[in-house]
Design a protein around this ligand. Structure first.
Ligand code: AP5
Ligand code: MG
Ligand code: ZN
Length: 214
């Protein structure tokens, strides 16, 4: 199964992707996670990405496309993949078509998690991430058993640097200007599957499960 997850920042792409990749046994490819890892390691890619990510702006297509092209060619993607946070521009969507055509593959479903702007602010500013394993929490909607501590591994929880109110505003603007048009692109191809991302986490997972079966 070749799946693309789309939706604004804070829609729940990462939360749901973690569950769906376990179910299907496919790799989770998140360009945001790839950039954050490179930034943490201080690689040349990380330094370049930081200029944009830290401001809440999209990283230029040339950089982002190269990462995805390399990743999709890895053998573990042969049985399917879940792309989270890519494509985010029309140029990225066209590049993805080229990459997949060269691999003789195609997209099965584009799952769009729809969530209103006001709720996205609350989701993002309350998000906490485990420093060690990356598990995603929320102070109100998915609190850990002990404040500041990961249920899964005991690691320390932290806030993403781009989850400040100011950066969230920029990220949402980028999304509505550059990424929303990509939804139309996939709708025209008959691939778009809209899911109500405002329901609780388990209900959203159930909706996605139904879409992927159909
Ligand atoms: P990226 O890491 O992809 O961030 P994003 O798209 O802004 O999305 P988020 O990860 O913030 O949200 P999410 O949808 O995964 O929500 P989550 O599950 O965590 O990208 C970061 C940056 O990298 C970009 O700004 C850009 O600079 C760069 N970048 C990445 N890809 C790029 C590309 N293709 N091109 C160019 N640049 C790129 O959930 C959010 C919160 O809500 C959590 O606290 C969670 O617990 C909670 N929650 C989730 N679901 C529910 C629910 N149903 N009910 C209640 N709470 C919920
Ligand atoms: Mg995410
Ligand atoms: Zn953890």
């Amino acid at each position: 199964m070749n799946i693309v997850f789309m939706g604004p920042p804070g829609a729940g792409k990462g939360t749901q992707a973690d569950r769906i990749v376990k179910r299907f046994g496919i790799p989770h490819i998140s360009t945001g996670d790839a950039f954050r890892q490179a930034m943490q390691e201080g690689t040349p890619l990380g330094l370049k990405a930081k200029e944009y990510v830290s401001q809440g702006l999209l990283v230029p297509d040339e950089i982002t496309n190269g990462i995805v092209r390399e990743r999709l060619a890895q053998p573990d993607c042969a049985g399917g993949f879940l792309l989270d946070g890519f494509p985010r521009t029309l140029a990225q969507a066209e590049t993805l078509d080229d990459i997949l055509a060269s691999l003789n593959r195609g997209i099965d479903h584009v799952v769009y998690l729809k969530v209103d702007r006001d709720l996205l602010f609350i989701r993002l500013t309350g998000r906490r991430i485990c420093k060690s394993c990356g598990e995603i929490y929320h102070t109100k909607f998915r609190p850990p058993r002990t404040e500041g501590v990961c249920d899964k591994c005991g690691g320390e929880l932290m806030q993403r640097a781009d989850d400040s109110e100011e950066k969230v505003g920029t990220r949402l603007d980028e999304y509505f200007n550059k990424t929303e048009p990509v939804l139309k692109y996939y709708d025209a191809k008959g691939l778009l599957r809209e899911v109500d991302g405002e329901r609780d986490i388990d209900e959203v997972t159930a909706q996605i499960g139904a879409v992927l079966k159909g």
